[in-house]
Design a protein around this ligand. Structure first.
Ligand SMILES: [Zn+2]
Length: 65
């Protein structure tokens, strides 16, 4: 009987450990900082290796008035 209780509390502890590990995990980083492979500028937000200005269409799309 005592063994069963021990097993149960062991499983319970395993669940708690897993839940805590989940909470402590680093938040997922949606973007990375680094050097733009297009212009070589250091940027805080690289998307697919390019900084924001390089991701912009160039020449800028003509506006319709
Ligand atoms: Zn760039």
């Amino acid at each position: 009987m005592a063994d069963q209780v021990d097993d149960a509390s062991e499983i319970e502890q395993a669940h708690i450990d897993r839940a805590l590990a989940e909470v402590r995990r680093e938040p997922f980083e949606a973007w990375v900082s680094g050097k733009c492979e297009e212009c070589g500028d250091e940027t805080l937000r690289l998307v697919e290796g390019k900084c924001a200005p390089c991701r912009e269409p160039w020449p800028p799309l003509p506006r319709r008035y």
